[in-house]
Design a protein. Structure first.
Length: 177
């Protein structure tokens, strides 16, 4: 059974027991604004970009961001070796990361599958860390943001015989991502 509510039906409960006059109009307006905000929050989808829980929504997009293990924060002299190592390093290819995901675009999002995909990525020997976040797309679906950081794979070695340098090697174990 539905009932149409009018302003007087909402304001009536706020009359003081000993007074026939309602509360001041400003308080009623504040109450109505708060009431409508709560109702809108419960009935509308989350805004775009808000964190969301993977709970049966359709996955509208999967964004993969792979990063090198070294990210210098400044331009000081000691970051030069880090920049050299970064230039040698090939970050893991996005397609390699996507192969380990057990969630695909168009599927229903499941928290179990999201957590399992994250775990599968973390056990890969060439990844130092992996995180999969779900973010609302603003239309009732979710976007998966996959962020990985590659493992330190730079190879530096030198050989010496007595006081003479016989060899020097500089390279990276992560060939072509």
């Amino acid at each position: 059974m539905s009932r149409n509510y009018e302003l007087r039906d909402v304001v009536r409960p706020f009359r003081a027991a000993h007074s026939p006059f309602p509360l001041p109009r400003a308080r009623c307006i504040v109450f109505l604004i708060a009431l409508s905000a709560v109702a809108m929050r419960d009935t509308h989808a989350q805004a775009e970009g808000e964190k969301a829980v993977c709970n049966g929504q359709i996955i509208s997009d999967i964004q993969v961001n792979t990063r090198a293990p070294y990210e210098p924060k400044s331009k000081k002299w000691w970051t030069i070796p880090i920049r050299i190592a970064n230039s040698l390093h090939a970050t893991t290819d996005e397609s390699v990361i996507r192969r380990y995901l057990i969630l695909n675009r168009g599927m229903q999002c499941s928290e179990f599958r999201r957590a399992e995909s994250e775990r599968i990525l973390r056990v890969q020997p060439y990844l130092a860390s992996a995180e999969i976040r779900t973010i609302s797309d603003g239309q009732g679906g979710v976007v998966l943001r996959v962020e990985t950081v590659d493992e330190l794979t730079t190879i530096v070695s030198a050989g010496a015989s007595g006081a003479h340098l016989t060899g020097f090697r500089l390279g990276d174990r992560n060939v072509m991502g």
